[in-house]
Design a binder for this molecule. Structure first.
Ligand code: SF4
Ligand code: SF4
Length: 140
């Protein structure tokens, strides 16, 4: 069966914070989870950026399960674009990219961007003095 990998932004109310939602996604829906970003505080609302991998049916059922538990689940419909032709490789943006998507090549001392690692936290956008990062809204 064909596996799919998709990124989602989850937002959940305070009372869902302690529920074993990830456990059920893995055990009941056979979905692999990669947590890309987490802002969760016990007893408060929280949000997660997750990459979920599973069959189309399992992903659909897993997301329906989350929504039944008052967790909103939206596809991550944004990506970061980088105008590399104008980059001067000053390295400023690497300091804010905790996901490791922006790194300096130690041999050439050139910026390298790995979109696969990008969690669209948007911190690089204001960090670049030349304004070379843009947020691109797209359909998933
Ligand atoms: S949005 Fe920018 S800072 Fe955030 S992970 Fe992506 S490249 Fe790194
Ligand atoms: S901050 Fe801007 S100019 Fe500097 S390395 Fe990053 S993208 Fe290039």
């Amino acid at each position: 069966m064909k596996m799919q990998k998709k990124r989602y932004v989850l937002k959940f109310p305070a009372q869902s914070g302690d529920m074993p939602l990830s456990y059920h996604l893995v055990k009941d829906f056979d979905i692999r989870i990669n947590i890309l970003r987490a802002e969760v505080w016990p007893g408060k609302t929280g949000s997660l950026v997750l990459e979920l991998e599973g069959t189309t049916t399992n992903l659909k059922n897993g997301i329906a399960y989350l929504e039944e538990n008052q967790v909103s689940c939206e596809p991550l419909n944004k990506k970061i674009t980088w105008d590399n032709a104008r980059c001067i490789s000053c390295g400023n943006c690497t300091a804010v990219c905790f996901a490791g998507a922006l790194q300096m090549n130690p041999e050439k001392w050139e910026l390298q961007f790995d979109p696969e690692k990008c969690i669209v936290c948007e911190l690089c956008v204001p960090a670049c003095p030349l304004n070379l990062f843009k947020i691109d809204f797209r359909d998933n």
